[in-house]
Design a protein around this ligand. Sequence first.
Ligand code: NAG
Ligand code: NAG
Length: 224
Amino acid sequence: MKMAFLFINAILIASLATLAYASDPSPLQDFCVAVNDANATVFVNGKICKNPNKVVAEDFFFSGLNKPGNTSNAVGSRVTAVNVNQIPGLNTLGISLVRIDYAPYGLNSPHTHPRATEILVVIEGTLYVGFVTSNPANPNLRNKLFTKYLYPGDVFVFPEGLIHFQLNVEKTNAVAFAGLSSQNPGVLTIANAVFGSYPPINPAVLTKAFQVEKNVIDQLQAQF
Ligand SMILES: *[C@@H]1O[C@H](CO)[C@@H](O)[C@H](O)[C@H]1NC(C)=O
Ligand SMILES: *[C@@H]1O[C@H](CO)[C@@H](O)[C@H](O)[C@H]1NC(C)=O
């Protein structure tokens, strides 16, 4: 009886531990400021800790997020990231920040963060935002699109791993800030990854996947 109970407990704990791997692990100390070692040959899940006696306030500091990002590019948006690569003190803490600037009608293209949920607040302008669900068995939730128009002060959440976007729908600039639940959320921009990979994906794969003629795929691959 007791053995069976322990066995079930072990399975429960193992399954919970597996779930937890989807996000940043919890820290095992107050902080683990990332050491900047260009020659590191030891790879851990995160970055190696600096000697805590040598940690200073600057390790937890970043300045400049008041400055707009340069939106002169094909999509008219710019993400300025403040993650563990900008603030070494974020190492192991499971959180980061971005500023997003949008030119008039600028787009933050459909993308995913493989390791983070995002919570976004609009500071200036009007954004049309949305995300699409994955392909669960429940047909009512399969690739379902959730969208919203956001105005200054509005907050919206993009769940971890799901494809999402933001479009500035006005002829003026827009600005948003977002928190992300990883020290290193990662970003995978769908168009660039699928049509702009290096080397390119064989068009035989893409013509069938997108159900179009090869000339359409050639045109898309030429764009990215
Ligand atoms: C990295 O290795 C190179 C070549 O061995 C050396 O010159 C350099 O000083 C090292 N850098 C650090 C930060 O240790
Ligand atoms: C913004 O980016 C464009 C394109 O790369 C560049 O030509 C321009 O000089 C940049 N503007 C500023 C203020 O850095």
